[in-house]
Design a protein around this ligand. Structure first.
Ligand code: NAD
Length: 263
């Protein structure tokens, strides 16, 4: 299927791993030039970058902005525009998790989760909008979570940040509604990524369960399909929102959670 995105340019935050890397791959395979971002071993990141460029023929660049630092985030957006000549698609994906009862929640972890999972979206959108307004074209897609809509115990900072992402998404959508730009949020249920592996381990410790028990009785207990959401399913939703067919969708959250938030 041709989503008509060839020649466009994108930034995907947190794309050295997991969902972000899969989404950057979906864009590059559809002819979109992409700036990757995220933490990790420099040699491994360079291999990821060059492999994706070779596989897809798209320009694939990397910027190492730390998502806790607003100036570095603005620099990443400016870098994308300077190197690729435009910026059509901003995917705010970087995110971390920490599982702890609220009265024991480490204060520094709360601050870090709010910075990476919520405030980084503000900084990236703030830097990208002048470029998108000048182009009269832009797609901002924030990767929130089912936890943007409902809570689970022991995930206070994550749930608060993801609810905040939906509020930011709707506010931006209203501000840019007449300018050829849309701002939407994708709310995935559980996807098997390194982030979820970490949660399985942390939840096992917090609840005194084995990791297998956590997968069966905690993680996929919330997801009526009893199946992890796949990278291909997420890529399809992203490409739809980025395409001309998605132009009328603005300020929405699109759930992709196997029925989790239907209940
Ligand atoms: P992941 O741990 O596999 O990847 C996270 C990415 O963010 C990595 O590239 C990492 O380097 C990057 N990152 C972390 N801290 C950073 C920082 N300070 N600066 C720059 N980059 C940083 O996680 P994932 O599961 O792929 O999650 C991606 C997004 O999807 C997150 O926002 C997460 O909340 C959301 N999400 C995940 C799931 C799931 O089940 N995995 C479900 C719903 C929503």
């Amino acid at each position: 299927m041709d989503f008509g995105l060839k020649g466009q340019a994108a930034v995907v935050t947190g794309s050295t791993s997991g969902i972000g890397l899969a989404l950057a791959g979906a864009l590059a395979r559809n002819g979109v030039d992409v700036v990757l971002n995220g933490l990790g071993d420099p040699a491994a990141i360079e291999k990821t970058r060059s492999d994706l460029a070779a596989e897809t023929g798209a320009k694939v660049l990397y910027h190492g902005a730390d998502m806790t630092d607003g100036e570095q985030i603005a620099d990443m957006v400016a870098y994308a525009n300077a190197q690729l000549g435009r910026l059509d698609i901003l995917v705010n994906n970087a995110g971390i998790q920490h599982v702890s009862p609220i009265d024991e929640f480490p204060v520094a972890k709360w601050d870090q989760i709010l910075a990476i999972n919520l405030t980084s979206n503000f900084h990236a959108i703030r830097a990208a909008l002048p470029i998108m307004k000048a182009q009269k074209h832009g797609r901002i897609i924030n990767i929130a979570s089912a936890h943007g809509l409902v809570a689970s115990p022991f995930k206070g900072a994550y749930v608060a940040a993801k609810h905040g992402v939906l509020g930011l998404t709707k506010t931006v959508a209203l501000e840019i509604a007449e300018q050829g730009i849309t701002c939407n949020a994708i709310c995935p249920g559980y996807v098997h990524t390194p982030l979820v592996d970490g949660q399985i381990k942390d939840t096992a410790k917090a609840r005194g369960l084995t990791e297998d028990e956590v997968v069966r009785t905690v993680i996929l207990a919330a997801q009526p399909s009893k199946q992890f959401i796949t990278f291909d399913q997420l890529g399809g939703m992203l490409l739809y929102l980025a395409s001309a067919a998605g132009a009328g969708v603005n300020g929405a959250h699109l759930s992709i959670d196997g029925g989790w938030t239907a209940g």
